[in-house]
Write a protein that binds this ligand. Sequence first.
Ligand code: NI
Length: 253
Amino acid sequence: MFIDTHCHLSKGDYDIDKLIDECKNNGVDTLIISGCDKKGINEGLEIIEKYANVYMTIGFHPSEVDTTTDEDLIWLEELIKKHKKIVGIGEIGLDYYWVKDNKEKQRLLFEKQLKLAEKLNMPIVIHSREATQETFDILKKYSLKGIIHCYSGSKEMAREYIKLGYYLGIGGVLTFKNSNLCDVVKEIPLESITLETDSPYLAPTPHRGEKNSPEYIPLIAEKIAEIKEKTIEEVGLITTNNACTLFDLKSHM
Ligand code: NI
């Protein structure tokens, strides 16, 4: 009934057997993990091979810009061709908050991976921090589909992304007190929203500050249901459908 479209299970030291059970108990029956550095990708591959309901996106995060080579991108391409359960490229993008002294290199790595997505016809998962306009201007040049992961921009920007054909990834931040994401969610259709936890980061209220888990997805869905005056079931149904459509999950089973 729910899909967590973005979590990092390799980073949180999880008991994954237990976590998958708890997710199922909470109606979170599919997870898409994000491998965004070499270690995360290798660990993620083991997880998707073991668990039927876990898929993965892979790509080099902007924080990996200084160590990622062209050979690494070839490796990425080979993995995508080889592994059926890799469903997208990401998270990729620009981060001018943590790394700001190598903007040009970041843009280059980002665009190389966008070109790869184009070549392989894969959806993308975008990380954008303090680089909103620039990320948008780059994405405008490509005709790709994907998720703006952990969306935190304005209503206006949200509309622009939706026009381009992107979904907005909404996570635990929505449940924080005075979150301005509430206004964004009010404005945009459910048909443009995907649910995500970004575990182990950004746990929703009442777990804020603790280690996050995909099992908390219903807390985010509940908040969306409240804002949009829908039932939590409707939120589950539509956002699950959005994720299945974007990642074409049926063809990756
Ligand atoms: Ni992430």
